[in-house]
Design a protein around this ligand. Structure first.
Ligand code: AVJ
Ligand code: FE
Length: 445
């Protein structure tokens, strides 16, 4: 029913083509990890740039350790490369704040370990049985490990954004599409849609199973909330007016002394600047706002007389095609992301101006749902009815509940392998170091 037609669907590849696809995704992903860890010298690799983040060498060795556990030991049935370091690189045994105190591998030891694991994985990939076991079916566990590395690459990119030492990161700015005037909001009529997936080969456990959800009619912003919109909220005293904030939001605003998005500063003449990967750049009014927490997003929405979309509303606006009455893999259809459709994969180090990527619009005409900025939703991270842990509790299950909120759509720092219409990200409502913005909604009735 939600079967992809033209995208790379691992279900439809022959065995050899699937192995080649996996190998090229592993290699493409590794090039990114190498670039992120080669960007700074040893002191900035091993030090902790924020208590919220790991030293970059911890992420890098953790990537290899997970790869070793799943692909070398489990799929390959081989001896451990380094069983003595499993605990040190176990995210649950070591909270981020404690990681710099561990006797971590040095930068060169880490690079050696990473390379040794990868060499064995490519051997395993050449001979592993890819069918007959759910874990390897259509290459799932390889896809899981590729996504895991890409997720940590985005985390490492957030670490680079937080660091105050070492060289700045540079990348070309996105080229804005020729601006055609867009309506401020789009009506999504009432009706059922298919949420989640039971067929996407590399979808993770929390995206499953596909199920029908009834959604009432609502309006959704055509584009993400921009810096210009957000600055108007600030200038209107939005941060000082308790009316716009939820009780826990106001409490946090006081405790954390929130007054603007993270990394923003204002100069004497009142213009806003933001620190972006070590560069101080003017805040562009037409760019989606970035580095706000859920509470700030909720306060802005209340000030604007609106609200955040629920996760189901977001996914319906992104995936449902009213003409064919089916949910698509991405807003634009079933084909994989391309640079013309979405700002993904760290090709640019900032979101593109609102209204960019017309080729990525959804069937309803909503723009920039995939890429640019993660979008906060009003939904806590909960399992779908029929959820089954697969293949391990610590990916999703231990995070379900009321503590974490769902973000959708991916950012400029998210790789296409770790992003799709069904992909669910989550974080604490107070977090701002992630590449998150939002768009607003309102009831249609
Ligand atoms: C899905 C991004 C919330 O980084 O905590 C990485 C992904 N899980 N290693 C995270 C993850 C295990 C996860 N997020
Ligand atoms: Fe991890």
């Amino acid at each position: 029913m939600i079967r992809p037609t033209t995208g790379i669907d691992p279900h439809q590849l022959t065995d050899d083509t699937l192995r080649e696809h996996i190998a090229s995704e592993l290699i493409r992903t590794r090039l990114r990890s190498v670039a992120l860890t080669d960007a700074v010298d040893e002191p900035d690799l091993v030090s902790q740039h924020s208590p919220l983040m790991s030293p970059l060498v911890w992420d890098y060795a953790h990537i290899a350790n997970q790869e070793e556990i799943w692909l070398v030991r489990d799929v390959g049935g081989r001896e451990a490369v380094r069983s003595d370091i499993d605990d040190m690189y176990d995210a649950f045994k070591n909270p981020r704040a404690d990681r710099p105190a561990l006797p971590l591998l040095s930068a060169s030891q880490t690079r050696g370990y990473v390379g040794e694991v990868r060499e064995k994985v490519l051997e395993v990939l050449g001979t592993a049985e890819l069918n007959g076991r759910r874990l390897t079916e259509s290459g799932f566990v390889f896809g899981m490990v590729i996504q895991h590395e890409q997720q940590h690459d985005e985390t490492m990119l957030a670490t680079h954004q937080l660091r105050r030492s070492g060289p700045p990161l540079q990348a070309p700015a996105p080229r804005p599409a020729i601006a055609t005037p867009l309506p401020a909001e789009v009506l999504i009529p009432a009706g059922p849609f298919t949420m989640g997936t039971s067929t996407e080969a590399w979808a993770l456990d929390n995206e499953r199973p596909a199920h029908t959800v009834q959604v009432e009619a609502f309006y959704l912003d055509t584009v993400p909330v921009t810096n210009g919109d957000y600055a108007a909220f600030i200038d209107d005293g939005g941060y000082d007016d308790q009316r716009w904030w939820t009780a826990s939001g106001w409490q946090h605003r006081n405790r954390a002394k929130l007054s603007a998005p993270l990394f923003w500063s204002r100069d004497a003449d009142g213009s806003w600047w933001r620190r972006s990967f070590g560069n101080l750049i003017p805040v562009r009014n037409d760019e989606p706002v970035l580095h706000v927490c859920l509470f700030e997003a909720q306060a802005y929405a209340a000030w604007a007389g609106r609200r955040l979309p629920t996760e189901a509303e977001w996914e319906k606006a992104a995936r449902w095609d009213p003409a064919s009455r089916r949910s698509r893999r991405y807003p634009w259809g079933d084909e994989d992301p391309t640079p013309e459709r979405a700002n993904l994969g760290q090709q640019h180090l900032r979101p593109a101006p609102a209204g960019s990527y017309p080729a990525g619009a959804s069937a309803y005409g909503v723009h920039q749902l995939i890429g640019d900025v993660w979008e906060w939703t009003s939904s806590a991270f909960q399992p779908y009815a029929g959820f089954e842990v697969f293949p391990y509790d610590e990916y999703s299950k231990v995070f379900f509940g009321e503590s974490y909120y769902v973000l959708r759509g991916g950012s400029f720092g998210t790789d296409r392998a770790a992003c799709r219409g069904t992909f669910r990200n989550w974080d604490f409502p107070i977090r701002r170091q992630i590449f998150a913005g939002f768009r607003t909604a309102r009831d249609a009735s």
